[in-house]
Design a protein around this ligand. Structure first.
Ligand code: ARG
Ligand code: ZN
Length: 877
C-alpha cells in the first residue's frame, strides 16, 4: 500500500503521557502501557472518532479504559491496528501485550542481540512493542520501568534519568526511567544486559555536569576510548558552532552486535552498531576510527536536529537526516583535514548517490510517496539532503546560516515540523527568498550543468555561459531550473586568482565568489580581464551536479598542479584520470593496443616530488577513480573493460613511478610508535597507497616488504593494507599464509573478522563467487548478523563488480538466492541487498536480461516483505 505526502492529516488523538512497564523473560516479554489520551480538538471539535492504534506481531492480552477492562467485543484487532471507540475526549488507556524478542530476527522493535535485550524503533518499530499512535507528530512524556532477572541483566536502561529502582522476589530487579522531554515513539529505547560501563563527564557551557556513559559487553571494554573522546569533542563543537547545549543529566551509548544500521539517536540512550563505537589501534583501521568519530557526532547532534525539533511525518526525514549529516561532516572537517574530508564525501556521493538518482528508485530529498519507509533511509535523503543544506549554508554564509538555525531551534523547540519550516526559518532570519531553491527538495535526479567560457581580448571581458538541465526520473518527466551555487575563481597564466568584477558592478570584489545560477541558461560576464583566464569552477563541489567545461587535458594538468583551491586540484586530477580511463576503455574494446597518456604520469610525478603537500591529499590524488564511479559515468558500462583498463593503468603507473615511490614509501615506513594523530593518519594513508602500487610491479621487490609490514605492523591500518595488497596479488602462497594467520589471530573479534570477509569478497581474481560461498560456511559467518551479511555478500555485490557481473549470471543468481533466503528473517537488510540488481539499466542487453530475470524470480516469490516488494516492483518498471 502506497502512502502519499499529500494525504497527511493531523492525528485524531494525542498521547500526553506514556507509562510503560517491561517484564522481561527469556522467551517472552510482557509490555504494560498506560497512556493519557486526548482528543485532538483542533481537528474534531466535539465528535469522537474511533481511536486507531498501530500494532504488529503483538499478542494482545488486555485493554482497559479508565481502569474498566474492555470485552473483546468492545474493540477490533487486525494485523496492523487496534480500533476502539472512546466515550470521552480524555481518558486513560491501559494495554498489555506479549511479544517474543528472542524470535525477532528483523531487529526492529524489542529484540535480543546475543545475551542482551535492545530496541530499534525508527521508523515504525515501536508498533512491534505495543499498540500506539506510532507516528512522529505524536509526542509524549515517557516513563519506563524495566523488570528483569538481576543475574543475567544487571543493567536496565531507558531514556532520560533513572528515578527509582528496587528488587522483586525471585532474583528479579527493576529500574524506572523518566524522560522529561516529550518525544515521538521512534525515539524510545530500552536496553537490558550484562554490560560493563565506561564513564566520563562533560561540563556544558552553562556549567552543568553531564554524566557520560558507554555500555559494552565486557570483552570490548578496552575499545571505547575513541568513542568517548569523540563524544566530548562533539558536545563542545555543537556548543561552539551551533550554540546547542545538552539537556539531560546523563548521556548513554550502548554498543550491540546485531544492528540493521549504523546507530540510533534515542533520547539520552543512543544505541549503536558495535562497528560504530568500538575502535582500538590493534583492531580498527584509521578509516574505522573516522567512522566512529562521525557516527558518534551524528547521533549526538540529533539531540537538537531530530529530537528537540523532530519530523512531522516520514516524508520529512531529510529535515533531521540531511541537516544532521551536514553537521557531522562539518564536525569531521573541523577535526581532520577539511579538503580531504570533502574529497572523501564527494567521492562517495558521486559513486553512490548519483547512481541512485539515475536508477529506478530515484526520489526527491523529500519523497512524495512510499510503500515502506525503511526503504527511504537512502543516500538521497541523507547525503544529497546534506548537500542541499550545505548549499543553503553557502548561499547565506556561515553567519547568516547560524542566524537561521538559531531561529529554527528557537521557533520549533518541542515541535514536529517540516522541511518547509526549516527553510522558512533560514529565510526569515536573513530576509531571503528560497522559493525556487526549494525545488531541491521536490525534484529528483542529478542536474547537469554545462558551462562554456569566452574570452574577448578587445573588450577585456570573460563570459561564463551556464546551461542547466535535469534528466527525467520516475514520475517526474519535466524539471524546472534549480538554484545552483557555483563557487569559482579565474586563474591567470601563473595560476593566480584574478580580481572578479561582474559587468554591472562598480568595482572588483575579491578573487573568489559564489555565482547563483537560477535560469536554464544564464550568462555571467566579468570585466577588466586582461589575459585569457582558466576558470576554476564548482570549488569544494558547491552543488551536487554533474558539471562539464571544455577543458583540454593540458588545462586539467595545469589545474591539478596550480589551482589554489585544494579540492579543485584533486578534482582536476580525477577528471584527467576519468577522461584517460574512458578513452582507454574504448580503445580496449576496439582491440587496439593501450598507451598511457604521459600527462597523468606527469601530474603524479609532480605530486610525489612535492614534499610540502599534505600526504593525505597526495594519497587522494594518486587514487584512480573507482570502478563504481566509472560505471556511474558510463551510459552502458563495459564492466570487463573498465576493470581491465583500470588495473592496466594502475600497473603502468606503478612501473613508471617505482623509482620515485620506493624512497617515499621507505621514508614513511619509519617504524615510529603508533599515533592516532591526523598527521600520522595522513602518513599511513600515503604509505599504504604506495604499497598498493609497488606490489603491482613485476620486479617483485615489494613482496618481502609487504609481508614484513603485515607481520610487524603495530596497528590494524598498516596490517590490513598489507593484507589487501597480498590478497589482490598473485603471490598465492603468501596470500594464503596471511589470510589464515589473520583469521587465527582475530577469530574472536567479530569486527576484525568482518574485515577479513570483505577483503576476500572484494578481491577481483576469478573464482570470487566460489570463495564467497565457501566463506558463508565459515564459523564466524552468520545470516542473522547484518554486519556479516554486509561484509561478505554486500562487499561481493557492491565492490567486486567484475565478478558480480560475471557474464554467466552466476553473481546475480547468488545474490537473488540470498535475498530470498534473508527476506523472511530480516526484510530491511534483504531490501538493501537488492541495490546492485536495481542498476540493470547500466549494463549490456545480455546482462540486463539476466538481472531482470533474477528480479522477476524474486517478485514471483510468495509472502515477500513490503520492503523487498517495493524495491523490486519499482525496479522492473
Ligand atoms: N536515525 C538513524 C540515524 O540516522 C537511522 C535509523 C535507521 N532506521 C531504519 N529503519 N532504517 O542515525
Ligand atoms: Zn541520522
Amino acid at each position: 500500500k502506497t502512502i502519499y505526502l499529500k494525504d497527511y492529516e493531523q492525528p485524531d488523538y494525542w498521547i500526553s503521557e506514556t507509562h510503560l512497564t517491561f517484564d522481561l523473560h527469556d522467551d517472552h516479554a510482557l509490555v504494560h502501557s498506560r497512556l493519557s489520551v486526548q482528543l485532538n480538538a483542533d481537528k474534531h471539535g466535539q465528535a469522537l472518532p474511533a481511536l486507531m492504534l498501530d500494532g504488529q506481531n503483538l499478542e494482545l492480552l488486555s485493554v482497559a479504559i479508565d481502569d474498566e477492562a474492555l470485552a473483546s467485543s468492545d474493540y477490533q484487532v487486525d494485523a496492523n491496528t487496534l480500533r476502539l471507540q472512546p466515550a470521552s475526549a480524555s481518558f486513560d488507556l491501559a494495554i498489555t501485550t506479549r511479544i517474543k524478542p528472542r524470535d525477532n530476527t528483523a531487529l526492529e522493535g524489542l529484540y535480543q542481540s546475543g545475551a542482551m535485550f535492545c530496541t530499534q524503533c525508527e521508523a515504525e518499530g515501536f508498533r512491534k512493542i505495543t499498540y500506539y499512535l506510532d507516528r512522529p507528530d505524536v509526542m509524549s512524556r515517557f516513563t519506563t520501568t524495566v523488570i528483569a532477572e538481576r543475574g543475567d541483566y544487571p543493567v536496565l536502561l531507558s531514556n532520560g534519568n533513572p528515578v527509582a529502582s528496587g528488587d522483586h522476589e525471585g532474583g528479579r530487579h527493576w529500574v524506572t526511567w523518566e524522560d522529561p522531554f516529550p518525544k515521538p515513539a521512534y525515539l524510545f529505547a530500552l536496553v537490558a544486559g550484562d554490560l560493563c560501563l565506561i564513564q566520563d563527564s562533560f561540563t556544558t557551557m552553562s556549567g552543568r555536569e553531564i554524566d557520560l556513559r558507554i555500555y559494552v559487553e565486557p570483552e570490548n571494554r578496552e575499545q571505547c576510548a575513541h568513542a568517548m573522546d569523540s563524544l566530548k569533542r562533539s558536545m563542545r563543537w555543537d556548543e561552539e558552532v551551533y550554540g546547542r547545549e545538552y539537556d539531560l543529566d546523563i548521556f548513554m551509548i550502548v554498543a550491540v552486535n546485531d544492528f540493521n544500521m549504523g546507530a540510533m539517536e534515542n533520547k539520552g540512550l543512543n544505541i549503536f552498531n558495535s562497528s560504530c563505537v568500538l575502535a582500538h589501534a590493534d583492531t580498527a583501521t584509521d578509516l574505522a576510527f573516522q567512522r566512529v568519530e562521525a557516527v558518534v557526532a551524528h547521533e549526538y547532534f540529533h539531540n537538537w536536529s531530530g529530537n528537540r525539533v523532530t519530523c512531522r511525518d516520514w516524508f520529512q526525514l531529510s529535515l533531521k537526516e540531511g541537516f544532521t549529516v551536514l553537521r557531522d561532516s562539518q564536525f569531521s572537517a573541523d577535526m581532520n583535514s577539511e579538503t580531504v574530508n570533502r574529497i572523501e564525501g564527494v567521492t562517495f556521493l558521486r559513486a553512490n548517490q548519483f547512481a541512485e538518482d539515475a536508477g529506478p528508485m530515484a526520489h526527491p530529498v523529500r519523497p512524495d510517496s512510499f510503500i515502506e519507509i525503511s526503504n527511504f533511509y537512502t543516500l538521497t535523503v541523507y547525503e544529497k539532503g546534506a548537500e542541499v543544506v550545505r548549499m543553503l549554508h553557502t548561499l547565506l554564509g556561515a553567519e547568516g546560516f547560524r542566524k537561521g538555525t538559531d531561529l529554527y531551534f528557537d521557533r520549533h523547540d518541542g515541535q514536529a515540523v517540516t522541511c518547509d519550516d526549516f527553510v522558512k526559518a533560514l529565510e526569515d532570519a536573513n530576509g531571503a527568498d528560497f522559493t525556487q531553491f526549494k525545488r531541491w527538495y521536490s525534484q529528483a535526479g542529478t542536474p547537469r550543468l554545462a558551462v562554456e567560457g569566452r574570452y574577448d581580448a578587445a573588450a577585456a571581458t570573460f563570459s561564463l555561459l551556464f546551461r542547466q538541465s535535469c534528466p527525467p526520473t520516475p514520475g517526474q518527466s519535466e524539471k524546472k531550473p534549480q538554484v545552483i551555487p557555483v563557487r569559482m575563481a579565474l586563474l591567470d597564466a601563473q595560476g593566480l586568482e584574478m580580481p572578479l568584477q561582474l559587468a554591472d558592478e562598480a568595482q572588483a570584489q575579491g578573487t573568489e565568489r559564489v555565482l547563483a545560477v537560477t535560469e536554464a541558461e544564464q550568462l555571467f560576464t566579468f570585466t577588466g580581464i586582461s589575459e585569457q583566464p582558466l576558470p576554476s569552477l564548482l570549488r569544494g563541489f558547491s552543488a551536487p551536479v554533474k558539471m562539464t567545461y571544455p577543458y583540454s587535458r593540458d588545462d586539467r594538468v595545469f589545474l591539478a598542479k596550480h589551482d589554489p583551491d585544494g579540492f579543485n586540484r584533486w578534482e582536476a586530477s580525477q577528471a584527467l584520470a576519468v577522461e584517460i580511463l574512458q578513452g582507454l576503455v574504448g580503445i580496449h574494446r576496439a582491440g587496439r593496443p593501450l598507451m598511457l597518456d604521459q600527462r597523468l604520469l606527469d601530474v603524479y610525478r609532480t605530486l610525489l616530488a612535492d614534499s610540502t603537500l599534505d600526504p593525505a591529499m597526495v594519497a587522494e590524488m594518486l587514487r584512480l577513480p573507482s570502478e563504481a564511479y566509472l560505471v556511474e559515468l558510463a551510459d552502458v558500462a563495459d564492466i570487463d573493460g573498465i576493470h581491465y583498463v583500470r588495473d592496466w593503468v594502475r600497473q603502468e603507473l606503478a612501473v613508471a613511478l617505482e623509482a620515485e615511490m620506493w624512497p617515499l614509501y621507505q621514508a614513511l615506513n619509519d617504524q615510529v610508535p603508533y599515533s592516532p594523530s591526523a598527521a600520522a593518519v595522513a602518513r599511513r594513508s600515503l604509505k599504504n597507497t604506495l604499497l598498493g602500487y609497488l606490489m603491482l610491479c613485476p620486479s617483485g621487490k615489494a613482496l618481502d616488504v609487504c609481508v614484513r609490514q603485515f607481520v610487524e605492523a603495530n596497528n590494524m591500518t598498516d596490517r590490513q593494507a598489507a593484507l589487501v595488497a597480498l590478497v589482490n596479488s598473485s603471490y598465492d602462497e603468501q596470500k594464503r599464509a596471511a589470510l589464515s594467520d589473520f583469521a587465527e589471530r582475530w577469530q574472536s573479534y567479530p569486527l576484525v573478522m568482518d574485515q577479513w570477509f570483505s577483503i576476500q569478497a572484494a578481491a577481483s581474481q576469478p573464482g570470487a563467487l566460489q570463495r564467497v560461498q565457501e566463506l558463508m560456511q565459515h564459523p564466524a559467518f552468520s545470516m542473522r548478523n547484518p554486519n556479516k551479511i554486509r561484509s561478505l555478500i554486500g562487499a561481493f555485490a557492491n565492490q567486486n563488480l567484475v565478478n558480480f557481473h560475471s557474464a554467466d549470471g552466476s553473481g546475480y543468481r547468488f545474490l537473488a538466492d540470498r535475498i530470498l533466503q534473508l527476506d523472511p528473517l530480516n526484510p530491511q537488510i534483504a531490501a538493501r541487498l537488492l541495490t546492485p540488481l536495481t542498476r540493470w539499466r547500466k549494463y549490456d542487453e545480455a546482462r540486463q536480461a539476466l538481472m531482470k530475470a533474477e528480479l522477476s524470480r524474486i517478485i514471483a516469490a510468495e509472502n515477500l516483505s513490503p520492503d523487498v516488494y517495493e524495491v523490486v516492483s519499482k525496479s522492473l518498471v
